[in-house]
Design a protein around this ligand. Structure first.
Ligand code: SF4
Length: 509
């Protein structure tokens, strides 16, 4: 266990993420037990000091807090805007002491890894470089800052800057400022995948609610559209769950209502996450084509049948191939495929075989996700029952990193370029460990603008449906606030007017 003593309970979340980035799988505690490895931090007014201690030894370091004016003296060292400067010094100090702590002093079972994203422990490591680029800084300068201030590895600084530059260019081509995007969630799925963390209701038990759900959704679409009148719509995303669990008629009904009430002209990007291959039929794809959907996703996750069976996907590799080929035949020219690395029982060779098979289909974009097996998740308990969790967190992280690197190499060889990314929170709720990246790659021109907008939080996302979370963007402070819909489908159906009211209350202010 890693224990922290903080002179002020500030930055505790980020510091724990940083420590678990060095020591994946270790528990952390703030101002409690001292732990096998103890980190003490004193937040002074003019100096910050950090001391890392184990039974075998102790290493300390400090840094002066200067600032370029005396603002912090008047307002307090942890007040905005001085806070970020102060936090960066604290995190860099902790990073360097943990990095330089002698190997032989580490407690038994503490295997150290150098966090490749340095002190950037958040789920959106491209946000910092993208904002710097949008401010007009040069790429070389941004890369230097990522390495020197945030302690990123050279390779990740280059990747982060490359993605941020592509995001910034795509945003600049689209007038995203003052606009908003629309998300519509369909929370039904053919079955529930073991690793699922989304709103998902299996059709065999909840499918009978689909008609009522569609009616409630249409009501929310109409009610919310009134709130957004006069504002510019940038992109639309239908996700879930699995939107294609709806019948062709239900899909048409939802989309036609969206088109009637929201300004969805042809310049607005429109994606539907078809998702599960076992829900895709010719009639549904034709309905989507007829409704002007630009981009769909057909998600294999893996092309290994044994893994699909293990994780409860209940579809075959052949169904994925057939669904993809059908979509192509019907004229979809922008198809994404999602893959997951780190699935139980999969080795690098399995992932390489999946890449080979996906390469033969040649989707227009490819999103590579990292699986995180959360504590207390259904996936973890099933795998434990099957004795399939015999390896340590370190081994899993290392294999995921190899797969990520192989995925990137494959993508670049096939002409896909990385255009957005985020990091998975790990089992302790932090994004500290390596090997937890999700990266979207696309052939030039096939990128999904919505993915960038939602990841980088650059505009409001109005989200409709059960479990949907609206993000209101506050341009004055560059932050978002959330307005949540209820998660339960039955609650959503019976309380949809309340969901509209929640949005009215928050969005009209
Ligand atoms: S298809 Fe997606 S949303 Fe549905 S159960 Fe599987 S992971 Fe969850």
């Amino acid at each position: 266990m890693i224990g922290f003593t903080l002179s002020e309970k500030e930055f505790d979340y980020e510091l724990q993420a940083l420590a678990t980035g060095f020591f994946p799988g270790k528990r952390t505690q703030i101002n409690g037990e001292s732990g096998d490895l103890h980190i003490a931090i004193d937040y002074g007014d003019t100096e910050i000091s950090v001391c890392v201690e184990t039974k075998a030894g102790r290493k300390a370091s400090s840094a002066a807090v200067t600032g370029d004016d005396d603002w912090h003296k008047k307002e307090g060292k942890l007040a905005h805007p001085y806070r970020t400067y102060y936090k960066n010094i604290v995190k860099k100090l902790v990073f360097t002491v943990l990095r330089d702590f002698p190997e032989e002093w580490l407690p038994e079972g503490f295997e150290r890894r150098l966090p490749v994203w340095g002190t950037m422990t958040g789920v959106r490591p491209t946000k910092i470089p993208m904002n710097m680029l949008l401010e007009g800084r040069e790429r070389t300068e941004v890369m230097e800052i990522l390495q020197n201030v945030y302690c990123c590895s050279e390779q990740k600084a280059a990747l982060g800057t490359e993605i941020a530059a592509r995001e910034a260019a795509l945003l600049q081509q689209n007038e995203y400022q003052d606009g908003y995007s629309l998300y519509v969630g369909i929370p039904f799925c053919p079955t529930t995948c073991l690793y699922c963390s989304f709103p998902s209701y299996p059709c065999d038990r909840f499918g009978h609610l689909r008609d009522d759900y569609v009616a409630a959704l249409q009501r929310e679409i109409k009610g919310t559209a009134k709130l957004m009148q006069g504002k510019r719509l940038t992109s639309v995303y239908m996700g879930g769950g699995t939107p294609t669990t709806l019948s062709p008629e239900q899909l048409r009904a939802v989309i036609k209502t969206m088109q009637e009430y929201f300004p969805m002209d042809t310049s607005v990007e429109f994606t539907v996450e078809a998702g599960r291959p076992d829900s895709i039929t010719e009639d549904k794809l034709l309905a989507l084509r007829e409704c002007g959907v630009d981009r769909i996703s057909v998600n294999p996750q893996t092309m290994q049948q044994k893994t699909l069976d293990l994780i409860g996907r209940r579809h075959t590799v052949d169904q994925t191939i057939q669904a993809f080929e059908l979509a192509r035949k019907l004229g979809f020219t922008n198809i994404n495929m999602d893959l997951i690395i780190g699935l139980p029982g999969e080795e690098l060779s399995d992932f390489e075989d999946t890449l080979r098979q996906v390469g033969q289909l040649a989707p227009d974009s490819l999103t590579i996700h990292s699986l995180v097996i959360k504590r207390a998740s259904r996936l973890r308990s099933v795998l434990e029952e099957q004795g399939a969790l015999g390896e340590t967190e370190q081994i899993r992280v290392r294999r995921s990193e190899q797969m990520l690197a192989r995925g990137e190499q494959f993508a670049r060889e096939q002409g896909y370029l990385p255009y957005y990314m985020y990091r998975q929170k790990n089992s302790a709720g932090h994004a500290g460990s390596g090997g937890q990246e999700n990266i979207g790659y696309a052939k030039p021109g096939s990128e999904c603008l919505y993915n960038i907008l939602i990841m980088e939080e650059m505009q409001s996302i109005v989200a409709l449906g059960a479990g949907a979370s609206t993000k209101k963007y506050h341009s004055d402070r560059g932050q978002v606030s959330r307005i949540e819909n209820v998660k339960s489908v039955t609650d959503y159906i019976s309380r949809v007017d309340e969901m509209i009211e929640r949005k009215r209350h928050a969005l009209e202010r």
